[in-house]
Every structure is written in structure tokens, then in C-alpha cells.
Design a protein around this ligand. Structure first.
Ligand code: DGL
Length: 359
């Protein structure tokens, strides 16, 4: 009888413990959103020799688990786990890195137990990755790309707060459906038009169309939403793309000649983004050169080397007559990606131009 009652007592205790454990796991999972931090390297994972080294350091050194451990407040915001996809400085990103990263982000976004994704990234090409993800990952879940301008070892390092902000945005229900976001220096920018405009300050990133919102003490304040096509509304799906056609960028300046454009065409470029002067203007000496390349089947996209504004069609150049495409407000480095994706669908210049107006 005694044995029976103690078994009963143990069983009751185990059941109660199991229930408590299940409850805690459930409450752990249920009472906070689940955010995955996908790490690729960059300065946010950088380390310098001394605290005074805010610009002299080695990027892509600190692993994602140490980044997470370095911001213990993250556990108050979300259930966070990390994945180290790459550990590189972002100037070394290739199309292959972009495709691999976007496919991983897409797979994570499909998981029911993932509510938001943060991508830590070097700032040099952060804007290209954020735009590419914005164009190709079919999810309305928040995807937030974040970096830092100073390594974590520096005085007034910006990475910890940038990461804390990014996780808060990724965990915010009202961040859903706004496309891929960039969270830097308390700004929330659209992944479409965020750009690195200053290469030595923590206020490096901006958009000529302004931030979508701001984040202060972990709360996101929204003031605008994107109007161009992105994510769920994009005709480009990373799950169906395994390679990108070669598209190159040729910079224009006084006295420019066709050497770069010819070299690109010889290496098989399917399109050349001409980073023209002013409103994407093409010098008299270059017009026949670009027309020749067009007759050889190379798509010519007129962009501008000027940071802000947008290229008007048929303004300083008769684009209809020359069968050229204009990049709208996209900087050359973003026009390259959009042209490459568009060329996975079509080489019809009217269709290409539609795509540049819509994304
Ligand atoms: N090497 C640069 C990069 O990885 C460092 C710049 C940064 O991450 O802030 O983009």
C-alpha cells in the first residue's frame, strides 16, 4: 500500500513537473515573438585593436552567438536564435552570396515558428542586399537588415543599439507588410531606397525619400509606407531563381570613352548600367558607342552618378529612338540588380522599362 501511494505521489509530481515544463516552454515560445538573426559578417562583427580604433579594425570576426550575447536585453524583446550564413566583409559579396542568403531567408520566412528575421551585414553593400531581398523574398514577415559603422570594440560603438533596434523592428507586428527594412542609427528605412551616403559616420544611411519611421527605446514609430512593388507583390521569386544574368556598371565622366563598355560586352554582359552625368546624360562621343552595343543585343540602362533625383525618359536623350531603358530613381548599384532580375524574365525593353517604373 505504502509503495503504491509513493508511486502515485512520484507520478503526480512528474506529471506536474512535465506540465510546468511544457507550460514554461509554451509560455516561453508564446509570450514573445521568435526572431532569427542571420549573420553574414561586416563591421557589426568587427574587432579593433583598441577602443580608439573606430575606423581601423578587422571586419567579420565576431560570431553571431557572441553578437547576441553582447546584447542581453534582446531576450526581453524576443526569443532570439542566430545562424552564421557567412563571415565576410560585404565588399566581397558576390551574386552567389546574394542568392544563397536570399534562399535561406526565404526558407526561414516560411517556417511557422519564425516571426521575424534580422540580417547582420557589412554596410558597404548592405543596400544591395536589402534591395535584392525586397525584390525576391515572398513574405510579409519583417526582414530587417542591420550593420554598424564602428566595431563593437570601439568607444561609442553603434552595433549593439543597431542590433537591439533591428530585433525590436523584426518583432513588431506593425512592421509586417512594409517590405524589407534597414534599421540603422535609429532610422527605419525602406530596403528599396536606403543607401550608404556617408562612409565614415554612424549616420551613414539615408534615403532621398526619407525614412519610413524611427525607433526609440525599442518602439517603432511609423510615418510612411512603401508604394513600389516588393516581397509578396513581386514577380521575382528567389525560390525559382538559381543564377543572375551578368549586368555591369560603367561610370561616366568628362572625356569618357567606350573601353569599359566594350570590355563588359566582350565578357558577355547582357546589360550595361550607364552611370551617366546629371539626368543620366550620355556625351556626344558615347551615343554612337551605346547605339552600337544596343544593336549587338546589349541592353542599355541609363542611370545617374548623381545620388538623388531620378532619370527622366526621353529628356536629354531620345530613349524611345535608341531603345534604351531608364533606371528611374535607382542608383547604378541597385539598377544592376533589378536589371539582372528583370532579365531572368524578359529582354523586351518595354517590359524592362515597366519593371523599372514599378519596383
Ligand atoms: N568592410 C566593410 C563591410 O563589411 C566594413 C563596413 C561596415 O560593415 O560598416 O561592408
Amino acid at each position: 500500500m505504502q509503495q503504491k501511494s509513493s508511486c502515485k505521489r512520484i507520478l503526480t509530481h512528474l506529471l506536474a513537473g512535465g506540465a510546468a515544463l511544457a507550460l514554461s516552454l509554451t509560455s516561453w515560445a508564446a509570450d514573445k515573438p521568435n526572431v532569427v538573426i542571420v549573420a553574414t559578417g561586416g563591421t557589426i562583427a568587427g574587432a579593433g585593436a583598441t577602443a580608439a580604433n573606430s575606423a581601423t579594425y578587422q571586419a567579420a570576426k565576431v560570431p553571431v552567438d557572441k553578437l547576441i550575447a553582447g546584447v542581453p536585453e534582446l531576450k526581453d524583446v524576443a526569443n532570439v536564435r542566430g545562424e552564421q550564413v557567412f563571415q565576410i566583409a560585404s565588399e566581397s559579396f558576390t551574386n552567389a552570396h546574394l542568392l544563397t542568403l536570399a534562399k535561406r531567408v526565404s526558407a526561414l520566412a516560411k517556417q511557422a515558428d519564425v516571426d521575424g528575421i534580422v540580417v547582420t551585414h557589412g554596410t558597404d553593400t548592405l543596400e544591395e542586399t536589402s534591395f535584392f531581398l525586397n525584390l525576391t523574398v515572398h513574405t510579409d514577415k519583417p526582414i530587417v537588415v542591420v550593420g554598424s559603422m564602428r566595431p563593437g570594440s570601439a568607444m561609442s560603438a553603434d552595433g549593439m543599439l543597431n542590433l537591439y533596434n533591428a530585433v525590436n523592428v523584426a518583432a513588431a507586428k506593425d512592421a509586417k507588410g512594409k517590405g524589407v527594412l534597414v534599421s540603422m542609427n535609429d532610422d527605419i528605412l525602406s530596403g528599396r531606397d536606403a543607401s550608404k551616403m556617408v562612409n565614415i559616420k554612424t549616420s551613414a544611411f539615408s534615403s532621398q525619400w526619407g525614412p519610413l519611421g524611427s525607433i526609440v527605446e525599442g518602439k517603432a514609430y511609423w510615418f510612411r509606407a512603401p508604394v513600389k512593388r516588393h516581397t509578396m507583390n513581386s514577380e521575382f521569386d528567389i525560390d525559382k531563381i538559381d543564377s543572375l544574368p551578368p549586368v555591369e556598371i560603367a561610370y561616366a565622366y568628362g572625356n569618357v570613352g567606350p573601353a569599359a563598355h566594350d570590355a563588359f560586352a566582350k565578357t558577355g554582359a547582357k546589360a550595361i548600367i550607364n552611370a551617366g552625368t546629371g539626368n543620366g546624360s550620355v556625351g556626344n562621343a558615347m551615343v554612337p558607342e551605346l547605339q552600337r552595343l544596343r544593336t549587338q543585343g546589349v541592353i542599355i540602362v541609363r542611370a545617374s552618378r548623381v545620388p538623388d533625383g531620378f532619370v527622366l525618359r526621353n529628356s536629354e536623350q531620345p530613349d524611345d529612338k535608341y531603345d534604351w531603358v531608364v533606371a528611374h530613381d535607382h542608383k547604378p548599384q541597385k539598377a544592376r540588380l533589378l536589371a539582372a532580375l528583370a532579365l531572368t524574365k524578359t529582354s523586351n525593353t518595354k517590359e524592362l522599362q515597366r519593371i523599372f517604373w514599378e519596383y
